[in-house]
Design a protein around this ligand. Structure first.
Ligand code: UDP
Ligand code: MG
Length: 311
């Protein structure tokens, strides 16, 4: 069967990408054809609400190299990438965004690096963040710094999900069963040799980013708790330190009471201490809650995604 001979699979998650798809299709097919080996395009419609699925059906109908998987609802990009990788049949597999921000023109070089056998994966990173709001860039940089510190994994600043890998690398990736998939951490965690390709940031060809500032903030907190238990250690240390301070204050108060009696004063400071301590406690409980919630979703063992239709 011809399908067994797929050499390169190009996997693209799509969520409301009707505007970007036609251009993306034209670009990737051109690249696929340029390598002179059988290739396939695997699209994942992540519960889009626009005409994405209609376009994909049409494309798959007209071109046998196109396959698509359509989810029953929006499951998020991580789930979409996972589905695409599981469906990909190529000897080499690349993942790239459908919005034109991951230049397919890099694929031949990336393929060459992995084909050589010296690398198992070719990754890409943006060397600048033009076209992005400065506040977002600022927080993004801090995020990478903190992540590297607390996870101890070399999470590379500006690394994209745009990657090309061999089977060995992909099998390792798919062997991780977790529901809370945080690719930015999973890729470096599995190890192997990765060759990095750098490129200038490219603005989306069409449509808008699916990430609001708050969505990104939630995502970074999620990533930290998904990949490290350091936050628990940090809040325990904080609790310990507060306890020490409280102990010192208690001793001080007892001595003062014994020496000077009890002048009724210090209402403001009492309130401050109560507010401060209850704030810390809530914060700490929240962090613990994050881990419990994660354990909860893992133990339910639900599927990562549900497919409504595929071809
Ligand atoms: N995407 C997806 N599911 C989602 C959100 C995004 O499959 O819930 C896809 C989207 O169609 C795009 C890629 O993931 O191909 C990256 O999304 P986006 O461009 O919004 O993110 P950014 O490039 O701004 O990081
Ligand atoms: Mg994008």
């Amino acid at each position: 069967m011809i399908q067994d001979q797929v050499y390169l699979s190009l996997v693209a998650p799509c969520y409301n990408e009707e505007m970007a798809l036609p251009q993306f299709y034209a670009d990737t097919v051109k690249i696929g054809e340029s390598i002179n080996k059988p290739f396939e395009l695997v699209f994942i419609d992540d519960g889009s609400k626009d005409a994405t699925l209609k376009i994909l059906r049409q494309m798959a109908h007209n071109d046998a190299r196109i396959h698509y998987i359509s989810f029953s609802r929006n499951f998020g990009k991580e789930a979409a990438m996972l589905a695409g990788l599981q469906a990909a049949r190529g000897t080499y597999i690349a993942v790239l965004d459908a919005d034109g921000q991951d230049p397919p023109s890099l694929i031949p070089q990336m393929l060459e690096a992995v084909e050589s056998g010296e690398y198992d994966c070719a990754g890409t990173r943006r060397i600048n963040r033009t076209g992005e709001p400065p506040v977002r860039s600022f927080f993004a940089r801090r995020f990478y710094r903190i992540m590297r510190k607390i996870t101890g994994i070399d999470i590379i600043d500006g690394a994209r999900d745009f990657r090309l890998m061999n089977r060995r690398y992909m099998d390792a990736l798919l062997a991780l069963p977790e529901r809370n998939r945080f690719s930015k951490g999973i890729f470096p965690w599995i190890g192997f040799n990765t060759k990095w390709f750098e490129y200038e940031n490219i603005a989306r060809t069409a449509g808008g980013t699916k990430w609001s500032f708050w969505k990104l903030a939630a995502y970074s907190l999620d990533g930290m708790t998904a990949f490290s238990s350091k936050p628990i250690a940090i809040v325990s240390a904080l609790g310990m330190a507060l306890f020490m301070v409280a102990l010192a204050i208690i001793i001080f108060i007892i001595i003062r009471k014994l020496a000077y009696g009890d002048p009724v004063a210090g209402w403001a400071s009492t309130i401050c201490i109560i507010l401060f301590c209850s704030g810390i406690q809530l914060f700490t409980t929240g962090i613990l809650g994050q881990y419990i919630a994660k354990t909860y979703t893992e133990t339910k063992q639900r599927p990562h995604y549900i497919i409504r239709e595929a071809q």
